[in-house]
Write a protein that binds this ligand. Structure first.
Ligand code: SAM
Length: 186
């Protein structure tokens, strides 16, 4: 889906190229339940729920303005397989989960990593996006320390063609760090 298809506001939306790669790394084909943490505009929630209509998507967001956008985008795409939860993760979720996306975390990183580990099935996927190098480094260290496996890290540098004077150029957007990994079997 293109970013222009979503209703947006003041919340920064995940770039469509980053979303495509992140959702691919979540490996939702056989998933039944997926959590989007820090749903923002709801773009990841919507895209996952739309392309995988058989999964249950739980969309967690703490900010009222963002929650309003999540509601509007879910309505726009007429999705019935999304549960929106207002709150600051980690929050109580019943039952096990197959995949978790961290699009926003706040300052309680370790709690979120431990909560994710508790919720995920063995082999369940965790994918996280970062723009801040320190948060990325800290998360990587925590994932390694808490036994997550098959950790894969990419940095995505997207540039978009834009007009410049009488010609065009590729305007670079800020790099995004993507971590993907699995909950190890215990
Ligand atoms: C970069 S935005 C997410 C963008 C989103 N993936 C999208 O495409 O619109 C980060 C969001 O995470 C939310 N957030 C940060 N930490 C959170 C937490 N611990 N629990 C719930 N929401 C959180 C923020 O309010 C913000 O809306």
């Amino acid at each position: 889906m293109r970013n222009s298809e979503f209703i947006t506001g003041k919340v920064p939306i995940t770039k469509e190229e980053v979303r495509a790669i992140s959702i691919n790394k979540l490996d939702l084909v056989n998933a039944k339940r997926f959590i989007d943490v820090g749903a923002g505009t709801g773009s990841v929630t919507v895209e996952a729920a739309y392309h995988y209509p058989n999964i249950e998507v739980i969309s967690i967001e703490r900010n009222d303005g963002a929650l309003d956008l999540v509601h509007k985008n879910i309505e726009k795409f007429d999705l019935k397989n999304v549960e929106i939860v207002k709150g600051y993760a980690p929050i109580n979720i019943d039952g096990k989960i197959d995949a978790i996306f961290l699009g926003g975390t706040g300052d309680n990183l370790e709690e979120i990593i431990l909560w994710s580990k508790e919720l995920l099935n063995n082999g369940g996927r965790l994918v996280a996006n970062f723009i801040i190098v320190e948060t990325f480094n800290e998360t990587l260290k925590l994932l390694r320390g808490h036994g997550f496996e098959n950790i894969d890290v990419s940095v995505l540098n997207v540039s978009k063609l834009e007009r410049l004077g009488r010609g065009e150029y590729f305007k670079p957007l800020n790099p995004i760090y993507i971590i993907s990994c699995e909950r190890g079997e215990e």
